[in-house]
Design a protein around this ligand. Structure first.
Ligand SMILES: *Cc1c(COP(=O)(O)O)cnc(C)c1O
Length: 451
């Protein structure tokens, strides 16, 4: 076997997703209807989601079969490689072993196609013609555009306006795959028009774009809504990452002491770490699970664990999660995919229960780690993934100082080849850290719904 690359054969790709809800002693509190504030049932979600996904959202079955049509798409790039970062280990002069799973090999360049393919499939089989969604920096928009293209669905993407203007390449990719890309806030929805009336120059936010996409889906019979993170079924679809990684680590002959992933809405972290959380929940494994977020959007490390809206207009369900408040306007840091005000309810609950720990890093150290990693390993990390890279570097340095041969495992959720303007700013010394001021945090948290 190769010294640095641990591969699985195509036939070793997982054929079932792992559902952590089967192993949690206590589930998160139920989602609530935004108007009545009563627990919602499957019927409430039917106007915007297909039944196949709604049932996964509430399932407590441990294993859920991956439909053959979805496996066919996943096999275009899966199983993805696991690498041992030997050159990085050497550069850090650490006794630690550093492994990373690489999701940048998907056609979308990130992990997001794992769930996009599944979501497009379930909508297709239930007769839906079009999906509406939001995208921040554009990775999710690309993944869903590709998946809709594969399954013959139309796709409308509400793209946060500031990114639409600053990241034209991602819009080009979505359009190549046939999507209609609309800068948000737009005048096509009531939610968008309301924001524009208050502030015609609004740069937009993920919370606003979600409201526009949900409204579009709710108003059109043939259209459903699709979300790229946060929800239970999204975390479920991403578990192919961690399931493969466990097999690969076994082939390499190691079990991790620490498992690290970056965290925006929580889906790549969940997909990577939940199969290891299974070992903690059912076999008392000692592995540490570490979610890494930016100090400018510190949901897990400084947010409250409360019921909050998922979007700005209050159209999406109210969920119990760590949150900075739906009114939170994240500063323009360069890891666009890590700027959501909330987090996956499943991940939030596991953090609350002490199964998962969370840390926050500033973007200057994050880009520093990413450049060091790129120079050793040859892959330029997505700015989001770079948070996991830097956390792994810090663990390896701590291992050196303690003289311990720890096994460190992290998820490289995507590559950064469409994020080069951010790297340019870093290289020119123009990136700054934006720790979230306490006043801003308190102001946004004052607007939580009263339950
Ligand atoms: C979207 C994105 C993220 C953040 O989303 P999660 O749901 O927290 O995984 C992280 N990395 C990459 C490359 C992304 O595109």
């Amino acid at each position: 076997m190769s010294e640095v690359k641990i591969l699985l054969a195509e036939k070793e790709m997982p054929t079932r997703w792992y559902n952590i809800q089967a192993d949690m002693t206590e589930l998160p509190d139920p989602p609530l209807h935004p108007a009545t504030k009563k627990p919602i049932g499957p019927e409430d979600l039917k106007p915007i989601f297909p039944m196949g996904l709604i049932m996964q959202e509430v399932s407590r079955e441990r294993w859920i079969e991956i439909p053959e049509e979805v496996q066919k798409i996943l096999r275009l790039w899966r199983p993805s490689p696991l690498y041992r970062a030997r050159r990085l280990e050497k550069a850090l002069d650490t006794p630690a072993r550093i492994f990373y799973k690489y999701e940048g090999v998907s056609p979308a360049g990130s992990h997001k196609l794992n769930t996009a393919a599944a979501q497009a499939y379930y909508n297709k089989v239930e007769g839906v013609k079009r999906l509406a969604t939001e995208t921040g920096a554009g990775q999710w928009g690309i993944a869903l555009s590709q998946a809709c293209n594969f399954f013959g669905l139309k796709c409308t993407v509400y793209m946060v306006k500031v990114s639409y203007n600053q990241k034209p390449y991602r819009k080009s990719v979505m359009e190549i795959f046939g999507s209609n890309v609309i800068p948000s806030p737009s005048n096509l929805t009531e939610s968008g028009r309301k924001i524009l009336a208050e502030n015609p120059e609004s740069p937009g936010s993920l919370g606003i774009a979600i409201s526009e996409a949900v409204e579009d889906a709710a108003r059109h019979e043939d259209t459903n809504y699709s979300l790229g993170s946060v929800l239970n079924h999204v975390c479920l679809h991403q578990t192919v990452i961690g399931l493969e990684t466990k097999e690969q680590m076994a082939k390499a002959g190691y079990y991790p002491d620490v498992v690290i992933g970056c965290c925006g809405g929580g889906s790549n972290f969940a997909g990577f770490a939940f199969p290891f959380a299974h070992d903690k929940l059912t076999q008392d494994a000692k592995v540490r699970l570490v979610a890494v977020e930016p100090i400018s959007c510190p949901t897990l490390t400084r947010g409250l664990y409360e019921y909050d809206y998922g979007d700005v207009a209050g159209l999406a369900p109210i969920v119990k999660m760590y949150t900075l408040g739906a009114a939170f306007m994240p500063p323009g840091i360069h890891a666009g995919g890590l700027r959501y005000h909330g987090d996956s309810p499943l991940l939030s609950k596991l953090v609350r229960d002490g199964v998962v720990e969370a840390i926050a890093l500033g973007q200057t150290s994050v880009f520093g780690g990413a450049v060091q990693f790129a120079r050793c390993e040859g892959i330029i990390p997505a700015p989001e993934s770079a948070h996991a890279v830097q956390a792994a570097i810090q663990e390896a340095v701590a291992a050196r100082e303690a003289g311990e041969a720890r096994t460190i495992l992290f998820n490289m959720s995507g590559h950064g080849l469409l994020d080069l303007p951010s790297y340019d700013l870093y290289m020119a010394g123009k990136l700054e850290d934006y720790p979230l001021p306490e006043e801003d945090l308190r102001a946004a948290l004052e607007k939580l719904p009263k339950i």
